[in-house]
Design a protein. Structure first.
Length: 524
């Protein structure tokens, strides 16, 4: 028999054996089985009827194709169905809650998409004369104004393309500042807490610094005493995430800033979690010298799956002169770009990329800011923190919170203490979540928490959706404690693919499809 759950919907039986009865076709109801496009039939046909060419193509010389094109000939409905079927095999924010911790997978308002497609923004080219893109430059200048206003910082570099690219920008500005003061040769260390994002130490090493680890206290925050003992005239900067990767605000942030500056070092703040404090806290007031802002996390531009991204970097007065080119500046004749180290940008450390950044992301971010207003952005942070604390409160009786004392910020962090004795791991639990229709939370991160499960609901989820997610996790937790090991060890049962060897996939990925020997690739 089915039962009613806490939101009034019938639930499945306690044990679901559907996975033991696969369908005859490989399809599952409305989820159609789908081959790779290269595995489909149609190599001997085309999707469009074309007349025979009037010439033999000899005028093209060496450009004439000599080999098959290597693509199947699909009609428009075949191509459309192929990609729709593939899309139904992926989890997406438009399908359900996406609880990845430290990633802020929030809803992207469609209004932003409409604005980004306006002529004059979507169809311009970075090599156009500046006189023909005055509106775009004004938008960039306006976005820069509000980023500086929200962070309390006097300068911003818009060109970095992502968070890690922004970290690189900030550290290069710090290095340029030390070079200008003649201290670069002696300041060769960067201090990084154990709970930092992995890109922090990687970026510092890439710039040429030696990374020194700073310890964490039992309550999940920077150990200020350990930090103080490692600060000295050989330290170039510290890199601190605030709110940190445990989902907690660094209570001693002002002391951290004071100690850093007294040692002659700069304070780099990883701004990946700015969504938790936007409109509530200005990093400049905390003594931050440089901070990247992930526009996709705080201002709802798409994540991009590796691009396009955008990671503007705000800079303190001490670092502002070293911001990379190009600079958008206004004079009596309008807006212009300073492309080289000249005039105000004489001390710029160089360029981060060929052009000016991601225009489409700038439009989306400014659209988000203007549609929310200052009060709306403040509510974004408040609701993000409220939702995370709601999840923490509702699950703490069946799962073990990593830091149970006091509220969290935008993320609820659990460990695997509650799974001891069940023969079920964090990975097993995450795979079982897939069967319930939810993408797993971030697993095993931060590394300072054993078996970590990091959940960030964001501010865009309703209470009803949070309750649906919580209900699923509570049922899974109860099943784990009841000894239903098979449910977890074999999961996922209902996904398009079963459990994969993820280690092997990461180390030996198949990056391209190879045709079986003797297969016809195209009409000759």
């Amino acid at each position: 028999m089915s039962t009613m759950n806490t939101v009034g919907r019938p639930t499945a039986p306690a044990v679901d054996h559907d996975f033991k009865h696969p369908t005859l076709t490989g399809a599952r109801g409305l989820l159609q089985d789908e081959l790779l496009i290269f595995e489909t039939d149609g190599w001997m046909k085309t999707g469009v009827d074309l007349p025979e060419p009037a010439t033999d193509g000899s005028d093209l010389g060496a450009l004439v194709r000599r080999d098959p094109i290597g693509l199947p000939g699909l009609s428009e409905p075949e191509a459309m169905r192929h990609y729709v079927r593939l899309s139904q095999k992926n989890h997406a924010i438009d399908l359900a809650l996406y609880p990845l911790g430290s990633c802020t997978m929030k809803h992207n308002p469609r209004l932003n998409e409409k604005m980004a497609r306006l002529p004059g923004f979507s169809d311009i080219h970075p090599l156009q004369p500046v006189s023909t893109v005055q509106g775009a430059l004004e938008l960039m200048d306006t976005l820069a104004h509000w980023l500086k206003t929200l962070t309390g910082m006097p300068a911003v570099a818009l060109s970095p393309k992502a968070g890690a690219h922004g970290e690189l920008c900030g550290l290069m500005a710090i290095r340029a500042a030390h070079e200008a003061s003649g201290q670069h040769a002696q300041r060769r260390k960067v201090l990084v807490p154990t709970s930092a994002h992995g890109t922090n130490p990687a970026t510092a090493a890439f710039v040429g610094y030696t990374v020194v680890e700073v310890a964490q206290t039992d309550d999940g925050r920077v150990d200020v005493a350990d930090l103080a003992s490692k600060l000295g005239d050989d330290v170039a900067a510290i890199m601190v995430t605030n709110p940190n990767t445990c989902g907690l605000f660094e209570r001693d942030i002002l002391e951290i800033s004071r100690l850093t500056h007294e040692a002659g070092a700069y304070f780099y703040c990883d701004g990946a979690n700015f969504n938790a404090i936007v409109g509530r806290v200005r990093p400049g007031d905390l003594g931050v010298d440089a901070m990247h802002i992930n526009l996709h996390k705080t201002f709802s531009t798409p994540h991009g799956g590796g691009g396009p991204g955008s990671g503007p970097v705000v800079l303190s007065a001490a670092l502002a002169p070293f911001a990379p080119a190009p600079w958008v500046v206004a004079d009596g004749e309008g807006f212009k770009l300073l492309e080289r180290e000249e005039d105000e940008a004489a001390q710029a450390f160089g360029r981060m990329c060929a052009f000016n950044g991601q225009m489409g992301m700038f439009v989306r971010a400014l659209s988000y800011m203007m549609s929310h207003g200052s009060d709306g952005l403040r509510q974004v942070a408040e609701d993000a923190v409220l939702n995370a604390n709601y999840i923490k409160a509702r699950l703490s009786d069946v799962m073990s919170a990593a830091f149970p004392d006091g509220p969290c910020m935008h993320e609820a962090l659990f460990d695997d203490e509650w799974l001891k004795g069940t023969d079920i791991t964090t990975l097993d639990f995450a795979k079982a979540m897939i069967d319930e229709g939810f993408h797993p939370m971030t697993m095993y991160f931060p590394l300072v928490v054993h078996g970590a499960m990091l959940i960030e609901p964001t501010e865009t989820e309703s209470k009803a959706e949070l309750d649906r997610f919580i209900h699923a996790l509570r049922l899974l937790a109860q099943a784990a404690k009841a000894g239903e090991v098979e449910r977890f060890k074999g999961a996922p049962f209902h996904a398009p693919l079963r459990r994969l060897d993820e280690t092997r996939a990461a180390r030996s990925p198949k990056l391209r499809w190879t045709a079986p020997e003797g297969a016809n690739m195209a009409a000759e």
